[in-house]
Design a protein around this ligand. Structure first.
Ligand code: 13P
Ligand code: SF4
Length: 313
């Protein structure tokens, strides 16, 4: 099937099956182009709560599918590729967090959405990069907090809020590899460019950024700002939406310091890039790659997601 046929089959299937296709900003361009809804992690969770579709095809990674399933236990949630994991979510195993919690009684556990359902079940409040700072600021100043799994996001929030949260030592293999050297060089050759960085980047890079925020916040800034050039330190998929929203502006993707372990020769997440139109067509047609979450785990995990959605209003 060629691309045009594939898209028309997908359109027919989503209509017949009352399905919605939701995609994260890091998804391949072709996937973003056909999605009914594109958003950051928070927007995807909010949209999952709102939708009346019977099937959700979540074009992102596994934890995003799980989050949608926990929010919508009665809907069928499908993901294009079951191998779409996340190095950050993998850096925090539930058994390790359980042990760490037991060693730190009296601490609230705040977990980034990039976690497994089992980790969410051990979490008091879930956060995303869109709302983490806001939610932490809403908690009493003397609240004892374990924050995980992203060390860079946690230390950025500690810095801007003056908190001393205990930090899990996890990281995203794409964001922690952005090159500070390359950024310094690019700032010299593009002195007027604004630097947009995701808080999963390391602290030595964030200090050089003009704006630190979630993919949605970085996109909003690019739309509203008068600057003509931007150096973008996050997964390169966001450039598609940035360029679409701002055709007259220039977006320069920051390269990684090394391509080792990144999974591809650029600043792309190899897990996010597993999605394709063919795979979307196949899962919609055959209703395969369905996400299941153990009922008890899901009901425990829902608490921290509900608290997040409530506190983000
Ligand atoms: P957002 O919170 O900006 O969606 O980014 C999280 C992320 O890393 C998704 O993989
Ligand atoms: Fe996980 Fe990083 Fe890929 Fe996001 S970009 S899905 S945090 S590995």
């Amino acid at each position: 099937m060629d691309q045009t046929q594939l898209i028309s089959e997908i359109n027919q299937l989503r209509k017949d099956k009352h399905a919605i296709i939701m995609a994260h900003y890091y998804q391949p361009e072709a996937v973003q182009q056909i999605a009914d809804f594109i958003g950051d992690s928070l927007a995807l969770a909010q949209q999952a709560r709102k939708t009346d579709a019977e099937i959700i095809v979540l074009c992102g990674v596994h934890f995003m599918g799980e989050t949608a399933k926990i929010i919508c236990p009665d809907k069928k949630v499908l993901i294009p590729d079951m191998a779409a994991g996340c190095s950050l979510a993998d850096s925090c195993k539930a058994e390790d967090l359980r042990k760490f919690k037991a060693e730190h009684p009296g601490y609230k556990v705040i977990s980034y959405v990039n976690t497994s359902a089992e980790v969410k079940a051990l979490t008091d409040i879930c956060v995303t990069s869109s709302n983490a700072e806001k939610i932490i600021r809403m908690l009493p100043k003397d609240e004892k907090i374990i924050f995980g799994p992203d060390y860079n996001l946690g230390s950025y929030i500690n810095k801007v809020t003056g908190r001393e949260m205990l930090l899990w030592n996890g990281a995203c293999h794409v964001h922690e590899k952005f090159s500070v050297e390359a950024l310094i060089q690019l700032k010299k050759t593009h002195p007027e460019a604004k630097v947009l960085a995701h808080p999963e980047c390391k602290g030595s890079l964030l200090v050089l950024a003009d704006v630190v925020g979630s993919t949605q916040a970085l996109l909003n800034y690019a739309i509203q700002s008068d600057a003509k050039e931007y150096i973008v330190a996050t997964e390169a998929g966001i450039l598609f939406e940035m360029q679409k929203a701002c055709p007259d502006k220039t977006f320069i993707p920051l390269p990684p310091e090394t391509t080792e372990g990144v999974g591809c020769s650029c600043n792309e997440c190899n897990y996010m890039r597993l999605s394709s139109l063919e795979k979307i067509y196949n899962v919609l047609k055959n209703e395969t790659n369905e996400i299941f979450v153990d009922k008890e785990i899901a009901s425990q995990a829902l608490g921290c997601i509900d608290r997040m959605l409530e506190m983000s209003k």
